[in-house]
Structures are given as structure tokens and as C-alpha cells.
Design a protein around this ligand. Structure first.
Ligand code: HAM
Length: 433
């Protein structure tokens, strides 16, 4: 430890001020659209009981078997850092009576933890914006969520010609019985080709054969392509639901591709599932994914409640966004300069209270007061470097006349001195943008 510089845990990242500006900008835009669609925010703990995820995400999934940050706390309870948000929000809804016999439209934003192999777009701590809807079982809410996603991409990509270019893929996983029947058909199919499977695929075949369809192994792609399709096995209720969803999307003019091999890495899904993918060349990792999980509440011992949701990966979204769509830095509008406090503490005190007053009178403007003293020359250099448009100067003369000098840092406009009580009104009418 003594010789190693301290650094963040592998796969977990600091967000520095230049990045948080972009994050806040994106978050604000996402929130605006969520409000337009009448969603309410929910905040749940980062730590949950580990059993919650084996019961919902699935005891045999990669997330639960390999990726959860599990620990035993001082009371001997088996806990974990949440690997995703759906299970915790459902737990909260059950606990607070939010799920049964009512409609809930919830969203959350926060860190999730999975011990995956870190690479671009795959981290051990990452952030999801998640949306969950309870109490609606028709395909109209499936369609609305997908249309809302499209609206989010439109909002975020508005500065970019051609928008964000994310491609939507959808599928139906049918009900539990359909999946069991399909699972058997799939096992028979892959058993007949087991010589082509490596050890990892054989394990998937034994534990979770549907996940074989999700394999990225290039040698398996042809085999996967020729595998029997889930859509041919759908029960009539799931088929009607899926057909109606497709019709609603067609009528709304939302482009999508049906991908019968789209399965998800979490076991709670049934019927509709979907992913929004970055186009080829940018990696086909899903930026956003979700689906229906109508049996999750029952699996937790609650009354049946239809449910659907999705989560988008904030890091993947930010990686995908063209850089010119993101603000780079937050620069002050106004830089306040004051004669060196070594010469007069009363000037320093006057500067503090003037800045406080101006911030109250100009709440939209960012005002940075030069602190720490120094010559006017040094302070002007700092003002220039800060990116501010205007410097306000309080020197001995201004103080004695109860005035401030306004210097325009980015234009040739001549500087002017105004009585203090007129400064805010003057600044307010300037064209800032
Ligand atoms: P998920 O597909 O596991 O679904 O994750 C959703 C999104 O989170 C992914 O599409 C991706 O953008 C992001 N993500 C996942 N893992 C990582 C990682 N290691 N590093 C960076 N980003 C990652 C869920 O979590 C479900 N709870 C979604 C949902 C909500 N379904 C219904 N409601």
C-alpha cells in the first residue's frame, strides 16, 4: 500500500467536474421527458438482501452466480450491492403497498454494481436510469414506453443531425409454459449439435439454454441463426399481445426489428422484451433494455401484478452521444475583482456582501468572486482564464463612490462605472448567450 498510489477500484470511475457537467445536462433532459410522461421518482437503497436477486433476476444467471458484490454484514445477514434496480423497486412497492390494484409509473437513477470484466461500456459500478410501470397488462403501455424511449433519444440527439441512431429490437418470450416447451425444443436442437459447443456453451445448455441464443461466439452464429424460433412457439395470449404491440408501433411510425433470438440475461422477463442498440461499428452493446415481468411480484410472494420497465445505461448513453451534443464546462458569467484585501479588510468585507447581493438579484448568473488577494493584473488574468463574460471591479475609488466598474472581457465594448444599486438591472438586460 505504501508504494502504490491510491486509485479507484478497478471498473469503478470518478466523475470529474468536466464530466458531471455533461451528466447533469443529460439527467435534466431525461427528467423533463419523464415528467412529461407523468412518471414519479423513487429512491431505494443501494444495499439489498442477496436473496432478493436470486428470487427475481434468477439463481442461475451470470449476474447472481458470478457478478454480485455479496457480503455478510455484522449481523450475519447476506447482503449485496444492487446489480440492477427492478428487484429493489418491486421490493419497495410491495413493502409500501404501491403495487396491488393500482397503476404506478416510477423512475430511478443511480449506481448499480456488477463484478464484470471491465472494458469500454462495461464497468463494475455503472449508472442506470430505470423506469418501472405496475398494474397495466395491455400492449399499449409496452408501446408507450418504447415511444417514450424514442422521445428521449430525440431530445438528447436534437443537436445532432440524424438523431442518436439507436436501433430497436423486440421479441416475445411468451409465458412460463411457452418457455418451458421452447426450452425443451432448444435443448434437443443444441444437443444434436453438441460437438460444436465449447465448455461455456455446454454449461449454458445445461443451466439456461435460452442464453445460448445470446452467445457472442462467432463460430456459433450460424447454429444460433438456424435454431428454432421462440415466436413459432408462442401461446395465443402472448402472440396476440405481441401482434398488437407491433401494430401499435407500426401505426405510431416507430421503426423496429423483430429479433426472435433476443433473450435477456435476467430470468424475470416474459412476453415483451426489447433492446436499443448502438449501430454496427460502434459496438452492438445495448444502451437501453427491458421488458415485461408479469410474474415477478408473485415470485416474491405478493399478489400478481403486471409489470414492465426498462433501464438505460448512463455511461453507454454518454459514450454514444456525439461530443458536440454535450456541454464541456461550466464557466462563470461574472468574475468579481476586488482591490487586494491586504490593503483593506473593509473592502474585502464589502466585496463579500456585494457578491452575496448580486447572486440573490441575478439567480440565473454564475458569479465567481476572486478570493485569496493578489494584484489587479493577476486578478484580470484569472478573470480572462475563467471564461467569464464580464469582470466587476471594486477598487478604492469605486468603494468610496459606492459604485462598481463593469469590464467586458469578450467584446470591445468600453468599460463603464455604475452606482451599485444600478448594477443588477444593467447586467440583467445584457444579451448573455
Ligand atoms: P440490463 O440489460 O441488465 O437490464 O441492464 C440495462 C442497461 O444497463 C444495459 O442496456 C446497459 O446499458 C447498462 N449496463 C448493464 N450492465 C452494465 C455494465 N456492466 N456497465 C455499464 N452499463 C451496463 C436491467 O438491469 C433491467 N433491470 C432493466 C429493466 C428494468 N427491465 C425491466 N425494468
Amino acid at each position: 500500500m505504501a508504494n502504490r498510489p491510491l486509485s479507484a477500484v478497478r471498473g469503478m470511475h470518478d466523475l470529474l467536474p468536466r464530466e458531471t457537467v455533461a451528466w447533469s445536462h443529460i439527467e435534466a433532459r431525461l427528467r423533463t421527458v419523464l415528467r412529461q410522461y407523468a412518471f414519479n421518482e423513487i429512491r431505494v437503497p443501494l444495499v439489498e438482501s442477496a436473496a432478493l436477486f436470486s428470487h427475481t433476476v434468477g439463481a442461475a444467471t451470470d449476474i447472481v452466480t458470478k457478478e454480485m458484490y455479496r457480503f455478510t454484514d455484522l449481523n450475519g445477514e447476506s447482503l449485496c450491492l444492487r446489480p440492477e434496480g427492478t428487484a429493489g423497486v418491486a421490493r419497495a412497492a410491495m413493502q409500501h403497498g404501491l403495487a396491488h390494484n393500482q397503476v404506478q409509473r416510477l423512475w430511478y437513477l443511480g449506481p448499480m454494481f456488477r463484478h464484470e470484466r471491465p472494458q469500454k461500456g462495461r464497468y463494475r459500478q455503472f449508472h442506470q436510469l430505470g423506469v418501472e410501470v405496475y398494474g397495466l397488462d395491455g400492449p399499449d403501455i409496452d408501446a408507450e414506453l418504447l415511444l417514450m424511449c424514442a422521445r428521449l433519444w430525440e431530445e438528447l440527439g436534437s443537436e445532432n443531425q440524424g438523431g442518436l441512431g439507436l436501433k430497436l429490437e423486440i421479441n416475445s418470450l411468451g409465458d412460463r409454459e411457452t418457455r418451458q416447451a421452447y426450452r425443451k425444443i432448444l435443448v434437443d436442437y443444441f444437443q444434436a449439435h453438441r460437438n460444436a459447443l465449447d465448455d461455456e456453451s455446454l454449461t449454458r445448455l445445461a443451466q439456461n439454454p435460452l442464453r445460448l441464443l445470446d452467445s457472442k461466439d462467432s463460430e456459433l452464429q450460424q447454429l444460433i441463426h438456424q435454431a428454432p424460433s421462440m415466436l413459432d412457439c408462442l401461446d395465443s395470449c402472448s402472440k396476440d399481445h405481441f401482434d398488437a404491440l407491433c401494430e401499435l408501433l407500426d401505426k405510431a411510425g416507430l421503426a423496429y426489428q423483430v429479433n426472435p433470438r433476443l433473450v435477456r440475461g435476467l430470468d424475470y422477463y416474459e412476453k415483451t422484451v426489447f433492446e436499443w442498440l448502438a449501430p454496427e461499428g460502434k459496438g452492438t452493446a445495448a444502451v437501453c433494455a427491458g421488458g415485461r415481468y408479469d410474474k415477478l411480484f408473485e415470485s416474491l410472494g405478493a399478489r400478481a401484478t403486471p409489470a414492465i420497465g426498462f433501464a438505460l445505461g448512463m455511461e453507454r448513453l454518454l459514450n454514444h452521444l456525439p461530443k458536440h451534443c454535450l456541454p464541456v464546462a461550466q464557466e462563470p458569467d461574472i468574475y468579481f475583482i476586488c482591490a487586494d484585501m491586504a490593503s483593506s479588510l473593509s473592502l474585502a468585507s464589502m466585496a463579500l456582501s456585494l457578491c452575496d447581493m448580486l447572486r440573490r438579484e441575478l439567480p440565473e448568473r454564475m458569479l465567481l468572486q476572486h478570493l485569496g488577494g493578489g494584484s489587479f493584473k493577476k486578478q484580470f488574468r484569472r478573470a480572462d482564464q475563467s471564461g467569464a463574460h464580464i469582470a466587476l471591479i471594486l477598487g478604492e475609488e469605486e468603494a468610496s463612490q459606492k459604485s462598481l466598474t463593469i469590464k467586458f472581457l469578450r467584446t470591445d465594448r468600453p468599460q463603464q462605472t455604475l452606482p451599485i444599486h444600478k448594477v443588477s438591472a444593467f447586467l440583467q438586460q445584457l444579451p448573455w448567450d
